[in-house]
Design a protein around this ligand. Structure first.
Ligand code: ADP
Ligand code: MG
Length: 263
């Protein structure tokens, strides 16, 4: 995150406070405190089952925290302040606030019966109420940006996995979220298709303004793109700039985890 010298430090774009999550008796996340600054790129790494996806899903309101609060752009996500106290938010509030956040998943889940152009136009038209004409212009521009401007009329099954994932990224971006969660977006891809998707993510990161939470196993990518890397295992075990976390990890669990990625 390149912040101009003398620029005023603004409030965090994302603020997790005391966030815990259990599924039945299984406590997955334990009192997470995490601030993400506007435009910051945070990579989250950790073993399978360590709660990374759950952390991301709570930010897009797909999963409700068991305890704690989350703020996005200064607004509580799951709560409304009533008489100075956080009360559970209603659907209207959730609908509005979740517009600030987008997520791309490992499985891209495009609509199979729609062209990729329609896949990208669908939510702006039906969720945001954008006119079809305007939604089409935005979708074409966004598909162009992810290198698929020549494929507008193709159906998902006619595209490679890497191309489909780029459509999924365009579909999320066209909603103009302030924060994007990318959850292992290359994990389902054949190795030779990983690069083209990471390149798109690097381009989005390089534009600078998007706040990004990148859940990934691609350590070289995390190193290159992230301002900060978090190693989690039910809680934040260790965090720091990539050169520190990868180059000189302090916690024994971080060291053990990272040693598996070195040859
Ligand atoms: P990660 O993304 O780090 O692999 P997850 O957040 O997906 O971890 O999952 C953390 C733990 O929570 C796992 O043990 C997983 O099985 C469990 N879990 C996740 N979602 C659910 C759910 N909807 N119901 C029950 N258990 C879940
Ligand atoms: Mg996961």
């Amino acid at each position: 995150m390149k912040q101009a010298a003398g620029e005023k430090k603004s409030q965090p774009m994302v603020r997790y406070r005391g966030i815990s999550k259990s599924f039945g008796n299984l406590q997955v996340l334990n009192e997470i405190d995490l601030d993400i600054a506007p435009a910051e790129k945070v990579a989250v790494i950790g073993p399978s089952g360590s709660g990374k996806t759950t952390l991301g899903r709570m930010l897009v309101t797909l999963e409700k925290p068991t305890a704690g609060t989350i703020e996005v752009n200064g607004e509580l996500l799951w709560h409304k302040i009533v008489n100075g106290k956080p009360m559970p938010a209603d659907e209207k509030h959730l609908h509005r606030v979740r517009g600030n956040v987008g997520m791309v998943f490992q499985q891209f889940n495009l609509f199979p019966h729609m062209s990729i152009l329609r896949n990208v136009m669908e939510a702006p038209v039906h969720v945001l109420g954008v006119s079809k004409k305007e939604a089409k212009e935005q979708a074409v521009a966004m598909l162009d940006k992810v290198g698929l401007g020549q494929k507008l009329d193709n159906y998902p099954r006619q595209l490679s996995g890497g191309q489909q994932q780029r459509v999924a990224i365009a579909r999320a971006l066209v909603m103009c979220p302030k924060v994007m969660v990318f959850d292992e977006v290359t994990s389902a891809l054949d190795p030779e298709l990983v690069g083209e998707v990471l390149t798109v993510l690097k381009d989005i990161a390089a534009e600078g303004k998007m706040t990004m939470l990148l859940i990934t196993h691609e350590m070289a990518f995390a190193s290159e793109v992230a301002d900060r890397v978090i190693f989690m295992d039910g809680k934040i075990v260790e965090q720091g700039p990539p050169e520190q976390l990868f180059g000189n990890p302090q916690n024994p669990r971080t060291k053990t985890f990272l040693s598996r990625f070195r040859r």
